[in-house]
Design a protein around this ligand. Sequence first.
Ligand code: DLL
Length: 440
Amino acid sequence: MPKDTKNCRILEPEFECMSREELEALQGKRLHETVVHAYNNVPMYKERMDALGVTPDDINSIEDITKLPFTDKPDLRDHFPDGLFAVPRSEIVRVQGSSGTTGKPIVSGYTQNDIDVWTDMVARALAAAGCTEEDTVQVTYGYGLFTGGLGIHQGASKLGAMVVPMSSGNTQRQIMMLKELGATMICCTPSYATLIGETVREMGIDPSELKLKSGCFGAEPWTAEMRNNLEGLMDFNALDIYGLTEIGGPGVSFECMEKCGLHVNEDHVIAEIINPETGEHMPDGVTGELVFTTITKTGQPMIRYRTHDLCTITREKCACGRTTARMGRITGRSDDMIIVRGVNVFPSQIESVIVGIEGVAPHYMLIVDRQNSADTLEVQVELKEELFSDTVSHVEELRNRMTEQIKSVVGVTAKVTIVPPKTLPRFEGKARRVIDNRKL
Ligand code: DLL
């Protein structure tokens, strides 16, 4: 794999490579300003702080952040659509949203300042993936309320790249455009990128006929094994990009070519890792729930927003030169965790087993059910075409191997079902791989 990493750029070294002391001083100052703004303009924050006996004057450095109350998704639903706006509606220039899994969407209001900040964060991410004005970026995230399409579009435009605003779907057409317009970068969910990569191969196109050199993939959890598989399919650098509507969309953090964690744009957000049960801070390197506080967002500032995403954080300097904190891959969401016979199971654990096995396609579904009061977990996997017609004993051997590995990684015995090639669902946006029939 010719992984050309020389184009990795640090767009704003004055912020991305600050010393920790300078960065924390800047964060403390911006945190204070944000808390003053939120306290004075959003009744929910004032009520919550008053209830804890905290005033904006108590918040002067990042250590003070633990004095502040948490915010969570139900707060956004309860104040839907504009109850958390901190400026008059006339100053809001955009809302973005996410569908969520239940009921009302989550929306966030952006001022022009917020759009500019977000654009800068995405531009940093794309630059780290090698993007310059010479590049053509095919944006295959959905456009609309979802932040993926417009977010990447804005960041790529800021860098002067040529944008191909495809939105998601219509895989054959995506590939035709990739070929004809010679995109050098593609941005979409990792599951959709995998489908595009497989379709490229099926169409008999050698990836070297495309000009793709890298892509920024996110909006859903994916594993290191999934990256290896994708890079093998497409012969490019597959980088992770993370974000959420409430905090500003994609670009909250991003991978550089070192591929060892996602750099948090710490001059715009403060990241904490907490114990999801107790709310206490966790030390660096220990997995916990990510919590973000925006420190430059004016339209709808978020204070200690609980993402429910689980990962670690390190503050060691990266070999790329950036000094910003790095998140490990998201290993799951605390609310996506399935509990099977009392054992916590994250879909990413199962993905790492399946995608690591030769001959098994990187597509799967997890079906949880309850029979005679006992939970059951079925893992449906596809074999690649060339193995499907293989000897029964070989297929049986693969099934046993997967069952054993799942048992040893997750601690639960799953029923592994092998289904014919191309029969499991494919996803053009975020993949939904768990079906829980237990109606708990
Ligand atoms: O998914 C924003 C985004 C768009 C990020 C494009 C990256 C690329 P939401 O729809 O609000 O926003 O969903 C946010 O998606 O809390 C995570 O659970 C998950 N997520 C986002 N990026 C990643 C990632 C966008 N790189 C929720 N790895 C977040 C794992 C991710 N999970």
